[in-house]
Design a protein around this ligand. Structure first.
Ligand code: GLU
Length: 557
C-alpha cells in the first residue's frame, strides 16, 4: 500500500458510516445569490441560557454589516461544548435578541426552530458534515487519530515545562500518535481505546502569518504548529473545526467575533486552507467594559458581578428596545451621534454602519449615559405609545400596577401626556419601572403622602395658602386664569405675585408666587417638582383636589 492508499484505508477504518463526500455538501449548499460586495455575517453563541450585553453588541454589528451591504446575517448555535450547554439554552438568546428588535435573516429562531436554506443552524445537528470533511482530511493525510490519554497529555505538558519548550501543546516531535502505522492504529481501535482526531499541522515555528483584520488592520502572528483536535472522542467537533466547516458551507464572508479569538486565527487560517476553503475576512470586536465602582478601573463586564451584563436585565428594568439599541450604536460607532443629529427621525437600524471605522479599544458601558439616551428616546414617544409600552411591561413584571393603570387606559394615557407631545417634552422617564413612582400620586393605591415643606415656608402660612386656594380654584379656568388665581391669593397672605419684586426686597414679603405654588403642589402631589400642575389638577378632579388640600392643611410638616 502506498501512502495515499493507506490514508484512504485509515479514513474508512475511522469513519465506516460516513458515505457522503465533501462534494455532496458543496452541492447542497451552493453559493448565495447576492449582489457584488454583499456581506454574509453570523452571530454564533453557545446555548448557555444567557445573553451577555457583549453578545447583543456583536449581534448588532453582524446585522448592520450585512444590512448596509445588501447581504445576510444569520444566527448559528454552537453547542459542541456540552459542558457549557443547558437544556434550553437557546430561548434566552433568541428572546434577548427579539426583545431588542435585532433580527437575523436566517438561522435559529428559537428552541428547536429555524429558517433558511443553509441549515441545520445548530452544530450538534451537523455532525455528519463535520465527519465527512474530517474523513476527507484523513484521506489526504491531513488528520490522524490520537490515542493519548489524559495522563499522556499531562506527562507531555510536564515534559515540555521541564525542557522549557517555548510552544506548549501537541505538535512536532511531541506528537506521539502522528506517525502510528495503520497496524498500530488498528490494534488500538480493536482494543477499544478512545481516540480524538487531530489536524496534521505543517506549520513551522520560524514562520509568521499576517492577516488583515477589518477593524484592527494588519496583524502578524507566529504560524500555527499545533496538531489541534478536530473531533473529540465522541465524534463531536471542537469549535475550531466546526466553525471552519460552517462558515464555509454557510458562505460567511465576514467572521465578526470577540477579540478573545484573535489568538486562534493562525489555527483557523491553517484549517480553512487545509480544507481547501477560502479564508473569510475576520473582524474582532472590542470587549464591553465598565468602570469598576470600587477600584475606579476599567474592567470587562462580568456575568457574575454585574447584573447589567445580562441582556435580560434591560428587559426586566423596562428599557425600551430603541433606547438600548440607540445607546449600543453610540458605543459601536463614533459616527453614530453625528448621524443621529442629522437624521433625528430615522430608524436606528438604518444607520449606514461602517465596520472598518469601528473603534478597536474596549468600549465603556455606562448606565448613566444609557439612562440619558433613554430619557431622550422616551420623551419623543407619543403618550399612547408610552401607555402601550408601560402596560405591556407592567403586565409581565408588575401585575398590580398593570391592573391599576389598565382599568382606565384613557386616563392613564392623559396622565402620561402631561408635558409630552410638545416641542420641549420633559425627560423624566428612562425605563418603564420608573413610571409607577412617576405617576403614583394619581393613584390612591400607590400614593405616599409627604407634606414636608421647604424650610423657607412656615406651617401656618402654608395652611393659610391651602385654605384660601381651596376656596378659589376652579377647574373651568383656562391656564392663564388658573395662574392668575394663584397670583391673586399672594398679596392678602403676605406673599408677592412678582418674583422680581421679591428679589429686590425680600424682607418685605413672606415669599413669592413660586413659594405659593410649591405649597399647593406639595399638598396635591407630595412633591416639589412635577410636570404641569394645571394639567395635573384637571386630571385629579375637583373633589380629589379639595380632599387633598384639606388633608394637607391638617397634616403639614
Ligand atoms: N461560539 C463562540 C462563542 O460563543 C463564537 C465564536 C465565533 O463567533 O466564531 O464564543
Amino acid at each position: 500500500m502506498d501512502n495515499q492508499e493507506m490514508n484512504i484505508a485509515l479514513a474508512q477504518l475511522l469513519f465506516p458510516d460516513i458515505d457522503k463526500t465533501p462534494d455532496y455538501f458543496e452541492e447542497l449548499y451552493p453559493a448565495r445569490d447576492l449582489p457584488e460586495g454583499a456581506r454574509v455575517t453570523r452571530f454564533a453563541p453557545s446555548p448557555t441560557g444567557y445573553l451577555h450585553i457583549g453578545g447583543l453588541f456583536g449581534a448588532l454589528v453582524d446585522v448592520l454589516t450585512a444590512r448596509v451591504s445588501g447581504g445576510k446575517a444569520y444566527l448559528r448555535i454552537e453547542d459542541t461544548d456540552k459542558k457549557r450547554e443547558i437544556d434550553d439554552g437557546v430561548s434566552a438568546i433568541t428572546d434577548g435578541l427579539s426583545a431588542f428588535g435585532v433580527e437575523f435573516d436566517e438561522g435559529v429562531t428559537g428552541f428547536n426552530t429555524e429558517s433558511g436554506k443553509y441549515g441545520p443552524y445548530t452544530q450538534s445537528r451537523r455532525v455528519e458534515i463535520y465527519q465527512t470533511i474530517a474523513k476527507s482530511l484523513v484521506e489526504r493525510g491531513l488528520a490522524y487519530p490520537c490515542f493519548c490519554s489524559a495522563e499522556d497529555l499531562t506527562a507531555l505538558r510536564e515534559k515540555q515545562e521541564a525542557e522549557g519548550a517555548l510552544i506548549r501543546g501537541y505538535f512536532g516531535k511531541y506528537a506521539k500518535c502522528r506517525n502510528l502505522t495503520l497496524d498500530e492504529i488498528k490494534a488500538n481501535l480493536d482494543s477499544g481505546k478512545p481516540w480524538v482526531l487531530r489536524f496534521r499541522s505543517d506549520g513551522s515555528d520560524d514562520k509568521r502569518i499576517t492577516f488583515e483584520d477589518v477593524i484592527r488592520g494588519k496583524i502578524e502572528m507566529p504560524e500555527n504548529t499545533i496538531d489541534e483536535v478536530l473531533l473529540k472522542s465522541d465524534g463531536i467537533p471542537t469549535y475550531h473545526f466546526a466553525h471552519v466547516c460552517d462558515d464555509h458551507f454557510m458562505h460567511t464572508t465576514h467572521v465578526i467575533r470577540g477579540e478573545e479569538w484573535i489568538s486562534s486565527v493562525p489555527k483557523h487560517i491553517a484549517l480553512f486552507k487545509a480544507c481547501g476553503y477560502k479564508v473569510p475576512k475576520f473582524a474582532h470586536t472590542p470587549q464591553v467594559m465598565k468602570i469598576d465602582e470600587e477600584t475606579g478601573e476599567k474592567r470587562k463586564l462580568s456575568k457574575r458581578k454585574d447584573p447589567e451584563a445580562a441582556v435580560s436585565y434591560f428587559v426586566v428594568e423596562g428599557f425600551p428596545k430603541e433606547s438600548l439599541i440607540e445607546y449600543l450604536l453610540t458605543l459601536i460607532s463614533s459616527g453614530f451621534e453625528d448621524w443621529r443629529r442629522a437624521n433625528p427621525d430615522a430608524a436606528a437600524m438604518d444607520y449606514p454602519f461602517n465596520l472598518k471605522k469601528m473603534s478597536n479599544s474596549g468600549c465603556l458601558f455606562d448606565l448613566v449615559k444609557l439612562n440619558d439616551v433613554s430619557k431622550n428616546v422616551i420623551c419623543h414617544m407619543s403618550a399612547s405609545t408610552v401607555y402601550d409600552r408601560v402596560a405591556a411591561w407592567a403586565k409581565e413584571y408588575d401585575g398590580e400596577f398593570y391592573k391599576v393603570i389598565s382599568a382606565d387606559p384613557a386616563r392613564t394615557t392623559a396622565i402620561l401626556n402631561i408635558d409630552r407631545e410638545n416641542p420641549k417634552p420633559r425627560k423624566d422617564i428612562a425605563k418603564w419601572n420608573e413610571v409607577k413612582d412617576y405617576i403614583s400620586y394619581f393613584y390612591p393605591q400607590f400614593y405616599q403622602k409627604d407634606y414636608t415643606l421647604p424650610e423657607n415656608i412656615g406651617k401656618e402660612d402654608a395652611e393659610a395658602i391651602l385654605k384660601k386656594y381651596s376656596e378659589v380654584f376652579s377647574l373651568d379656568d383656562d391656564k392663564d386664569m388658573w395662574f392668575q388665581r394663584i397670583k391673586d391669593i399672594c398679596e392678602p397672605l403676605g406673599f408677592t405675585p412678582n418674583v422680581k419684586e421679591y428679589k429686590k426686597n425680600p424682607d418685605a414679603f413672606k415669599g413669592h408666587v413660586g413659594d405659593v405654588s410649591t405649597v399647593i403642589r406639595i399638598a396635591l402631589t407630595s412633591r416639589r417638582n412635577t410636570p404641569d400642575l394645571y394639567s395635573i389638577m384637571q386630571l385629579l378632579g375637583a373633589d380629589e383636589i379639595k380632599a387633598r388640600l384639606a388633608d394637607a392643611a391638617a397634616n403639614l410638616k
